[in-house]
Design a binder for this molecule. Sequence first.
Ligand code: FPP
Length: 247
Amino acid sequence: MMTSNERLGDFNINKEELPKHIAIIMDGNGRWAKKRNLPRTLGHRSGINALRDIIKTASNIDVNHLSLYAFSTENWKRPQQEVTALMKLLIEYLKKEVKELHKNNVRINTIGDITKFPPEAQEEIHQAKELTKNNMGLTVNIALNYGSRDEITRGVKDICRKVANKELCIEDINESFIAEYLDTYNIPDPDLLIRTGGEYRLSNFLMWQLAYTELWFADTYWPDFNGEDLLKAISDFQNRQRRFGAI
Ligand code: FPP
């Protein structure tokens, strides 16, 4: 097997300029399954294999944060059977794989409002976070019942409560202050957003945080996306010129 350094060489990646935070919209599980005449839930299950490979690759090359859109605030509109299958898959994934992630120094974090999740899922999430909280390697932020508009709405309500209680003056509210009221308060903004599955939209993912992020789209359905594709995205990212609004 190739070492991560050799693989970086293959893709002409500069180790000194890696994106510190990569966000991914893992799209196309349903279509991957449909193409094979399989139930959609099997597409999600195959998505776990891609997830494993991407976490391993990101972890090997010293990316600090990986944010993964696993369940959006809109995904509740899917058939009950698919929602239940996704919850079960999350529980199964955490039960089976957290120990290995922990061994690899990965820290598990979540963004989104998980209080709407079944108690068993909440418990597994809690345990995964507790077990891995002191790990200093890759942080994996799993977005669960996450939507940017919901996140911003929750943050605005928290801020308004403070103003109403006279704990805060309106004049003290600025951009970095607002960022502290988002689920990502301790996470740097993504440098690179990847969306698989051939669609070109943000779907309510990290819309505040993506203001200056480089966007990279792949037609590949998520279950077929692998570590080499991630390295290709990083290599393309390194050829972009980021100006953050300056010239
Ligand atoms: C989008 O594909 C994918 C999802 C809504 C779920 C993503 C979940 C996984 C990759 C696996 C579960 C993750 C964890 C952390 C256990 P889609 O269903 O919208 O695909 P389609 O656009 O082809 O229908």
